[in-house]
Design a binder for this molecule. Structure first.
Ligand code: NAP
Ligand code: NAG
Length: 279
């Protein structure tokens, strides 16, 4: 029997798709490190929030207008775990929600962040959700935001007495990588680790799922193509931005573990967020 090219291509594509889906489902079912600890953190989130609130701590957020940042701000405002939250950014946003209106916003120039050192003072906890893309800002612009601004934020936080720094990077962050994106993320992780915060939490999400305000056609198409995977293997290659925000809050209120530097990979983010049922 003679196969046509069309049929061969069809068979090949079906095989590739099934293989990828199989790998994703396998990944989705592979346990994360410290899984019990992660689930326990999610289970005790409400009581942790209540006791954390009594400490009357304050926090700052940079990158609060971004997709993850927005969700984080919502979580912080509704959970009310801090007595003060300061939003530091390059522009002021108008919030409609009453709870969000009460948050203090300060405009800073990230190119001269040193001049705003005073704004960093008196914050026990810092959250950094800054980032851009190479497509949007070019190679130099990407390095400037995802490395320079992020590092400078951490340096000022450390200098002004921040005890717990929460850093959003990415899956695959590795300072030895030959690719720009993971290398930049890994480098900044490593330099911030060297600042020696009392507690440093690093979150490394995979593909972020959200209705992005800004149009990124390539990302949109990729997400549509991968939607069967994100549906059938939810923790394998993606995470909703709201889940990342919940994970950051749940970890922040949890008593610190025995390591000063905690790294949460994509699956752990799902687990500590409380949005995932234990299998
Ligand atoms: N997209 C993904 O699938 C994915 C996956 C893994 C990890 N990540 C990482 O996760 C982080 C957050 O992602 P996201 O999608 O929430 O980011 P986003 O929506 O692009 O938001 C980025 C934030 O950084 C700020 N920012 C960007 N360029 C700036 C500049 N030149 N000066 C001052 N502020 C600037 C933005 O402020 P404005 O609102 O004023 O622009 C915004 O608050 C990023 O570091 C990203 O690399 C993303
Ligand atoms: C990077 O390379 C250095 C030196 O070879 C090595 O010690 C380190 O473990 C590597 N780091 C990562 C994240 O691979």
């Amino acid at each position: 029997m003679q196969w046509t090219w069309g049929q061969l291509c069809g068979i090949f594509l079906t095989a590739v798709v099934s293989l990828l889906l199989g790998i994703a489902i396998q990944l989705d079912n592979t346990p994360a490190d410290n899984e019990d600890w992660n689930f326990r953190m999610a289970e005790s989130a409400d009581s942790n929030k209540a006791s954390f609130q009594e400490k009357q701590q304050s926090a700052f957020v940079v990158g609060y207008t971004g997709e993850v940042g927005k969700e984080l701000v919502k979580e912080l405002a509704t959970s009310n775990i801090f007595s003060k939250v300061t939003l530091l950014g390059r522009r002021v946003v108008e919030y409609e929600d009453e709870k969000l209106k009460s948050l203090e916003q300060k405009v800073v120039d990230f190119d001269k962040l040193d001049e705003y050192e005073d704004l960093f003072k008196d914050h026990d906890v810092g959250f950094c959700c800054l980032g851009t893309t190479r497509g949007k800002s070019g190679v130099e612009g990407f390095k400037k935001v995802d490395h320079d601004y992020v590092l400078k934020t951490a340096e000022l936080a450390k200098k002004t007495g921040c005890q717990h720094f929460n850093l959003l990077t990415s899956v695959g962050a590795n300072k030895n990588s030959s690719f720009l994106y993971p290398r930049t993320k890994g480098l900044v992780e490593s330099e911030i680790t060297d600042l020696d915060f009392s507690r440093l939490s690093i979150y490394r999400p995979s593909m972020l799922l959200c209705d992005r305000t800004e149009s990124r056609p390539g990302e949109w198409v990729l997400k549509k193509l991968l939607s069967p995977v994100t549906y059938l293997a939810p923790t394998a290659i993606s995470v909703p931005t709201s889940t990342v925000a919940k994970a950051m809050v749940n970890n922040c209120v949890a008593p610190p573990g025995d390591k000063k530097v905690e790294i949460f990979e994509n699956k752990a983010i799902h687990q500590i967020s409380g949005t995932l049922k234990k299998k």
